[in-house]
Design a protein around this ligand. Structure first.
Ligand SMILES: Cc1ncc(C[n+]2csc(CCOP(=O)(O)OP(=O)(O)O)c2C)c(N)n1
Ligand SMILES: [Mg+2]
Length: 804
């Protein structure tokens, strides 16, 4: 060994010694945090239990090695839900988390049970909670990083590794496998998935045979698979005479038996090994030479708990392809719960915690002291922590200036046109320009690019691919409507048919400003009914406050001949209920133009929560859902003034203004506008002065009404919502007929605003094939159904129930 080599070896030894100290501290802090929430906190029962204790201990070694040595600021990590205490403990040691939040773990305003980008203060990169989603989003974030860099942007921030620290049971989630296929197609790089292979999920023990099949799946998908199976102690022991037999015994030991022995400890190990290895005296000699503590240490010295093995594996791992690390760990490692199959929501008892405190040499009252009970000099630890590469650039939330949007030029249309066609034309018009807006829009779709009218946009802006690939049909001079040229400058990311992938990609694209410092304006399209297929991923994207526009088209019965399987009924209610998502269902393309322009701006707003007063998140912004249709409609000839534009954005306007005191109005949303208009014409004389209310967003009208009620309850009598203003001209006993190609509940609440009687028309049954006319007649959305319902309202029937 020369001087340089011995210097490196010495510094390696120092690093390992320091990491061992920090590993101890991380295990202590995370365990105590959970214990405190369950046993010491007086903040209520709601804080108690949770499957954190054993599950956190399982990742403590890996996370120590990663955060205190391997990671760089540009690396982005999704931490498995139940390792949240480990993450918060690490951030606390790095000075990025407060003691108060740790003491209030799981409490209101405290460190969150599952790492949360939006609710935690300590720089969480990706929220986790719904297992599988946080894992997959790392791969999509890596694709987004490639996208941004392929455009020549984001160069002031180094390229990072997108890392998932995942539970082994997360592999069971289908969305992971959907994502793996997509990643292979897109040539994923810079992505590491670290499987915490503790062979336990919530209810059961994971089968090793099954998991090795999983390893095969990763390899087939182009991933490098690295097993972190044996720790250094085991590796050295296996080299002794008889050692190879011990290795074989470990390999062949079923997971259930291994787990049970971990829990039983040295006595259990000794009994089992003596019985199983009677025919191998040299192997038994190794075991008999060890005292109880050493035997237990040897048998549990797995790769995922051995810092040296962990460092070696991570420091030599490639970034030019994805890597799956299968790290063998023990659930509850270092705790008295270790290995027990029921330990998922297991908690240490008070006596167990006292013993644990003694083991960690932490004095009463010093529980939260960062260095209490450690052997190393506190100054040395502090100095090491101050040099940790991950922390070198402080908080890693980046930002990007908003892209100016301006108003979209209204389309010139003479013929009947659908909102879906209008959407395609607006994007085509944007695509023609050399504007920052055109540059920053990125579209994506799960195999419905053409059928949702993104074709013209893609033809102009190209498909994204890291490698340029020519369009074969075009090269050969064969006529085609689609120019499928793939190139790094392309702005459409084509996905296979997997709606989870759509929403996870939108989640990653929609965080680009914060993760990579580059603003993207993501627009994803899909068929409206299939929102349900990716619903949890959509919810996940919104929870992270990712910003995007989802255009769902076609919707409802208007895709008539496609039949019931493709008919969406409940999606407007999803639009209302999904937090962080403003939903719209315009009928006419001029409305759509206003809403699209507004949406592109709204998804970029970042005002604080405190400024919001109207329940509409005007200041802080959010994501947007546009529910569109393929039904061509005659368009109103009009120029939209500012007041009308504003009303469209707020959720509705009078298409036909009611006279003061009018006794009747029709409120419609979306593609049923012609029925509402025709019925209104026929009702004309009989229902003099009636109104026709165009609802562009039931979601925003409802949110605004609820917010105004809250405001008034707080003492602000002047607070009035848009919908209250709209309905004010109607007589107190007026009848309100609501109409939507979706669940009637979407609009029926309108009657509660000022106490009007309501008859709500919509769809409550699965559809069948037919023309739009036939289906509207069948489900009671046609003119005749409106007239019948209107007559009922006039006679006061729907509002009255006779008492018998
Ligand atoms: C989509 C979803 N389904 C169910 C749960 C409830 N749940 C939380 S953790 C868990 C099992 C976790 O096992 P694993 O991923 O192996 O993590 P470990 O606790 O072993 O570290 C389950 C089923 C969840 N969080 N998300
Ligand atoms: Mg597990």
């Amino acid at each position: 060994m020369n001087m340089i080599e011995s210097g490196i070896a010495a510094s390696r030894t120092d690093t390992l010694a320091m990491l061992r100290q920090l590993e101890r501290k991380v295990l202590w802090l995370s365990s105590y945090m959970i214990h405190h929430a369950n046993h010491e906190s007086e903040r209520g029962d709601g804080l108690k239990v949770g499957g954190h204790q054993a599950s956190s201990a399982s990742l403590a070694s890996l996370m120590t090695a990663l955060y205190f040595h391997v990671l760089k600021p540009e690396d982005r990590v999704a931490v498995k839900p139940h390792a949240s205490p480990v993450f918060h403990a690490i951030q606390y040691l790095l000075g990025n988390q407060t003691r108060d939040k740790l003491e209030n773990f799981r409490g209101f305003g405290g460190a969150q049970s599952y790492p949360s980008r939006t609710k935690d203060a300590d720089d969480v990169d990706f929220s986790t909670g719904s297992v599988g989603l946080g894992v997959a989003v790392t791969g999509f974030a890596s694709l987004v990083q490639d996208y941004v860099r392929a455009k020549g942007w984001g160069k002031s921030w180094p390229e990072g590794r997108m890392i998932a620290l995942m539970g082994d049971a997360e592999i069971d989630e289908g969305n992971i496998h959907e994502a793996l296929l997509e990643f292979w197609k897109h040539g994923l790089r810079n992505c590491w998935w670290v499987v915490d292979y503790n062979r336990q999920s919530l209810d059961s023990v994971v089968s090793d045979r099954l998991f090795m099949k999983v390893a095969g799946i990763f390899e087939t998908m182009g991933w490098e698979v690295r097993l972190l199976k044996y720790g250094k102690l085991q590796q050295e022991t296996f080299r002794l005479p008889g050692g190879a037999r011990l290795a074989r015994w470990i390999d062949e030991c079923p997971n259930t038996v291994y787990s049970a022995l971990v829990f039983e400890g040295a006595k259990g190990w000794r009994r089992q090994l003596e019985a199983d290895l009677v025919a191998h005296p040299d192997t038994l000699a190794i075991i008999r030479n060890l005292d109880d503590a050493s035997l237990a240490r040897l048998m549990t010295n797995l790769g995922g708990h051995d810092l040296e093995t962990i460092l070696e594996s991570f420091e030599t791992a490639p970034t030019d392809k994805p890597v799956c690390f299968i790290a063998y760990t023990i659930k509850g490692f270092g705790l008295p719960l270790a290995g027990h199959k029921d330990n998922h929501s297991g908690l240490m008892t008070r006596p167990q915690m006292e013993e644990f405190r003694r083991l960690h040499s932490v004095a009463q009252g010093a529980e939260w002291e960062p260095f209490a009970g450690l052997d190393a000099d506190p100054a040395e630890i502090a100095s090491y922590l101050s040099r940790v590469p991950f922390n070198a650039r402080g908080r890693r939330r980046l930002s990007a200036d908003p892209i100016p949007v301006g108003e979209l030029k209204p389309l010139e249309v003479k013929e009947p046109i659908s909102t879906q066609t209008g959407f395609g034309r607006y994007l085509d018009a944007i695509a023609r320009g050399k504007t920052p807006l055109a540059e920053r829009i990125v579209t994506t779709s799960p195999d419905v690019t053409v059928s949702t009218n993104l074709g013209p946009w893609v033809n102009r802006r190209g498909l994204f691919s890291l490698a340029t690939k020519q369009d074969v049909f075009r090269e050969r001079g064969l006529a085609s409507m689609q120019k499928w040229e793939m190139l790094p400058s392309g702005q459409h990311i084509e996905l296979g048919i997997a709606e989870n992938n759509l929403f996870l990609l939108l989640a990653a694209l929609g965080l680009s400003h914060s993760l990579f410092g580059e603003r993207l304006l993501p627009i994803g399209t899909l068929y409206d009914p299939f929102i349900a297929r990716g619903l949890d991923s959509l919810n996940y994207a919104c929870y992270q406050d990712a910003r995007f526009i989802v255009v769902a088209t076609p919707s409802g019965l208007t895709l008539a001949p496609e039949g019931g399987a493709h008919q969406s009924i409940g999606t407007p209610l999803i639009g209302i209920a999904q937090a962080g998502l403003a939903s719209f269902e315009p009928a006419f393309v001029d409305e759509l133009g206003v809403l699209l322009g507004w949406s592109l701006d709204y998804i970029q707003r970042e005002g604080g929560e405190a400024k919001d007063q109207h329940g509409l998140q005007e200041e802080q912004g959010g994501s947007v859902y546009l529910r569109l249709s393929t039904r061509p409609l005659e368009q109103p000839r009009r120029e939209l003034g500012d007041a009308l534009k504003s009303a469209i954005i707020q959720g509705g306007y009078w298409l036909r203004q009611p006279e003061p005191g009018a006794g009747f109005a029709i409120a419609y949303a979306g593609a049923v506008a012609p029925e509402a208009i025709e019925a209104s014409g026929l009702l004309g004389e009989k229902y003099r002065g009636h109104g026709v209310l165009a609802i562009t967003s039931a979601d925003r009208l409802l949110a605004g009404w609820h917010a105004a009620q809250r405001e008034r309850e707080r003492g602000n009598d002047a607070a009035v919502s848009h919908v209250e203003t709209l309905l004010a001209p109607l007589a107190a006993d007026a009848g309100l007929l609501t109409l939507i190609d979706g669940h009637p509940e979407t609009l029926s609440w309108l009657g509660s605003v000022l106490g009007h009687r309501v008859r709500a028309l919509g769809v409550e049954q699965f559809g069948q094939s037919g023309s739009i006319g036939e289906l509207y007649a069948h489900y009671g959305l046609d003119v005749s159904a409106i007239l019948t319902a209107a007559a009922g309202l006039r006679q006061g029937r729907p509002g009255r129930v006779t008492n018998r």
